[in-house]
Ligand binder design. Structure first.
Ligand code: HEM
Length: 487
C-alpha cells in the first residue's frame, strides 16, 4: 500500500485548508516553456491518475503520450519525469550540480536522523563529508578483505544448511542471508533475529520502504504535516523510528572494536569520524541501500536464469570450468567469468530494483530538452523505463538476454540501476561483486530444479511494488547437489 492509496479520503480535509489559505501558484501563467503533461485537478494535481497503479508503469505509459520529458503535479509539488537516455544524459552531464540536491520534507527528515545520512541529506558540506567517509573508510580495498571473509562464512552456512531435494523459498533464503551479511559488515554480528518493539530488522526495513515511498508533506510541502497528523502517519512514523533507533543504538552500544584489519566493520571504520546521529544515518543508509536492493536482484537473477535453461547451462559451464577444485568461489574466480557479469548486468537492466532514482530537487532555473525546469521542481528519472526503451535496447528489450552485452557497448545512461552523477550509488562495485560471488556459488555446486509438476513457462516473472520492484510471487526452487559434489 502506498501513500496514494491513503490519499483520497484525506483530500477533503486538505481542500478545506487549501481554500482557506491558498494563493495563486507560482507556476501558473508563467510564460515559461514548461514540459507537456496530462491535465491536472486542483489540489491533488495528477494523483488521481496514478492512485492504485504501479507508479513507474503508469508514468512510463503516460510518457508515451506526452514525451520523454513530462510535467506532473503530485499534490502541489511539481515533478518533471525524464524517460529517455538522451535527456538523462543531459540532466546528469550538463546539470548535475543543479540537480544534486534532494527534495526536503518533514517525513524524510524524521527517517534520516535529522538529515544526518548521505542519501537524502541536502547537497553540501555535510553530504559530501558523509559520502567521503563511506567511500574512503568503508568501501575501500582494505575493508574488502573483511567483507570477503564474512561473505564466505555466510555462503558456507547457507550451502551447508540447504534442504537438498526439497522445495526452498529463495525470497526468504536471500532475505535472511543478506540481512545477516549486512549486520555483520555493519556491526560485526548478526541482528536479524533481534526484536525491538516486537519488530525485526527486515520488518523495519519493509516498513521504512512504505514510509519512504512518499508522504503528505512531500505532496504538500507547506500543510502536509496536518494530514500526516490526522491520518495517523506521524504516529506510525514515530513508532517505527523509535524501534529502528533502538536497534541501531543497541548495535552501537554492544559493538566490540576489532583490531585485526580483516575483521573490521562499518562501526570500527567510521565511529571516530562521525557523531552518534551521523553513525546511525550512515548505518541506516547501508541497511536501506544494500539489503532490499541486493536480495531482490538475487531473486530476479535466479528466477530468470532458471526460467531460461540455455542461459543456466552456459553460466554453469563457465563457472564450473573456471573454479578449479575450490570449495567456494570468491571475487578472484568471478573475475574470470564474463558471462556471469553479463547475467548480473542484464538482471539489473531488466529488473533493476529501483524503478526511479532517488528524486532530485532542481535548485535553479535550467532547461532540459528545450523545456524550462523551475526551482523547487522535483526531477524524477524513470530508470525502469530507460532500461526497457526499445529505441535503445531494440526489439528484444523485453527479453532476459545476457548475451546482448557480449557485443554491445552500453552508453553511460542507457541504463541507470545505480543512478548517475554526484549522487549516484557509492555501493555500486561492492553490490555487483557480492551478487556475482553469491550467484557463482549457487550455480557451482547446485543444480536448481523446478518444484514437481512445474515447467519453465509456469515460472512467472510478474513485478509488483513502486519504490522497489519485487517479484510478485515467491521464487520456489529445489536445490540438487551437482554430480561431482554428490556424496
Ligand atoms: C543492487 C544493489 C544496489 C542498487 C540497485 C542501488 C541503487 C541505488 C540508486 C538507484 C541510488 C540513487 C542514485 C541517484 O539518485 O542517482 C542509490 C544511492 C545510494 N546507495 Fe545504492 N544501490 C545498491 C546497493 C548499495 C549498497 C551496497 C550501498 C552501501 C554499501 C548503497 C548505498 C547507497 C547510498 C549511500 C546512496 C546515496 C548516495 C548519495 O545520495 O550521494 N547502495 N543506490
Amino acid at each position: 500500500m502506498d501513500i496514494f492509496t491513503y490519499f483520497l479520503p484525506a483530500v477533503l480535509i486538505l481542500s478545506f485548508f487549501y481554500i482557506m489559505i491558498s494563493k495563486k501558484s507560482s507556476m501558473g501563467g508563467s510564460g515559461f516553456n514548461l514540459p507537456p503533461g496530462p491535465p491536472r485537478l486542483p489540489i491533488i494535481g495528477n494523483v488521481h491518475q496514478l492512485a492504485g497503479k504501479i507508479f513507474h508503469e503508469a508514468v512510463w505509459n503516460m510518457s508515451k503520450k506526452y514525451g520523454p520529458i513530462m510535467l506532473l503535479h503530485l499534490g502541489s509539488q511539481p515533478a518533471v519525469v525524464i524517460s529517455s537516455s538522451e535527456l538523462a544524459t543531459e540532466a546528469f552531464k550538463t546539470h548535475d550540480h543543479i540537480l544534486a540536491n534532494r527534495p526536503y520534507s518533514n517525513n524524510l527528515r524524521r527517517l534520516t536522523f535529522d538529515y544526518n545520512d548521505i542519501a537524502f541529506s541536502p547537497y553540501g558540506d555535510h553530504s559530501k563529508k558523509m559520502r567521503k567517509v563511506l567511500v574512503t573508510e568503508f568501501l575501500n580495498a582494505k575493508m574488502s578483505k573483511s567483507f570477503k571473509k564474512v561473505l564466505d562464512m555466510e555462503l558456507k552456512s547457507v550451502l551447508d544448511s540447504l534442504p537438498y531435494g526439497k522445495v526452498v523459498n529463495l525470497n526468504d533464503l536471500f532475505a535472511s542471508f543478506i540481512v545477516d551479511f549486512a549486520c555483520k559488515i555493519v556491526a560485526g554480528k548478526g541482528y536479524g533475529e533481534v526484536k525491538i518493539g516486537g519488530t525485526k530488522l527486515k520488518d523495519m526495513l519493509d516498513e521504512m520502504l512504505i514510509l519512504f515511498s512518499g508522504s503528505y508533506s512531500e505532496m504538500f510541502p507547506k500543510y502536509g504535516w496536518i494530514l500526516e497528523d490526522l491520518s495517523g502517519w506521524t504516529r506510525r512514523l514515530n513508532k517505527h523510528m523509535s524501534n529502528y533507533d533502538g536497534l541501531l543504538e543497541m548495535m552501537l552500544d554492544e559493538h566490540i572494536d576489532h583490531t585485526n584489519e580483516d575483521e573490521k566493520d562499518l562501526i570500527d571504520a567510521c565511529r571516530s569520524l562521525l557523531t552518534r546521529e551521523e553513525m546511525k544515518g550512515i548505518m541506516s543508509n547501508v541497511f536501506n541501500g544494500a539489503v532490499d536492493t541486493s536480495y531482490l536482484t538475487l531473486v530476479w537473477a535466479m528466477a530468470e536464469i532458471v526460467k531460461n535453461p540455455r542461459i543456466m547451462h552456459k553460466l554453469q559451464a563457465e563457472i564450473r570450468s573456471n573454479s578449479g577444485q575450490k570449495l567456494r568461489l570468491d571475487e578472484s574466480d568471478t573475475a574470470k567469468m564474463p558471462y556471469l557479469k553479463y547475467a548480473v548486468k542484464e538482471t539489473l537492466r531488466f529488473h533493476g530494483p529501483s524503478p526511479f532514482l532517488i528524486p532530485r530537487d532542481c535548485v535553479t532555473h535550467i532547461q532540459i530538452g528545450g523545456y524550462d525546469i523551475l526551482p523547487g521542481t522535483k526531477v524524477l528519472i524513470n530508470s525502469w523505463g530507460l532500461a526497457k526503451d526499445p529505441r535503445v535496447w531494440t526489439e528484444n528489450a523485453n527479453e532476459f538476454y545476457p548475451d546482448r552485452f557480449e557485443k554491445r557497448v552500453v552508453d553511460q545512461f542507457d541504463m541507470t540501476p545505480f543512478g548517475g552523477g554526484r549522487r549516484s550509488c557509492p555501493g555500486y562495485n561492492f553490490a555487483t561483486s557480492t551478487i556475482e560471488v553469491v550467484l557463482a556459488n549457487l550455480l557451482y555446486t547446485i543444480d536448481w530444479k523446478l518444484p514437481p509438476g512445474m515447467t519453465n513457462q509456469d515460472l512467472d516473472t510478474e513485478e509488483e511494488g513502486s519504490l522497489l520492484v519485487r517479484k510478485k510471487t515467491p521464487l520456489l526452487l529445489v536445490p540438487v547437489k551437482h554430480n561431482s559434489q554428490a556424496q
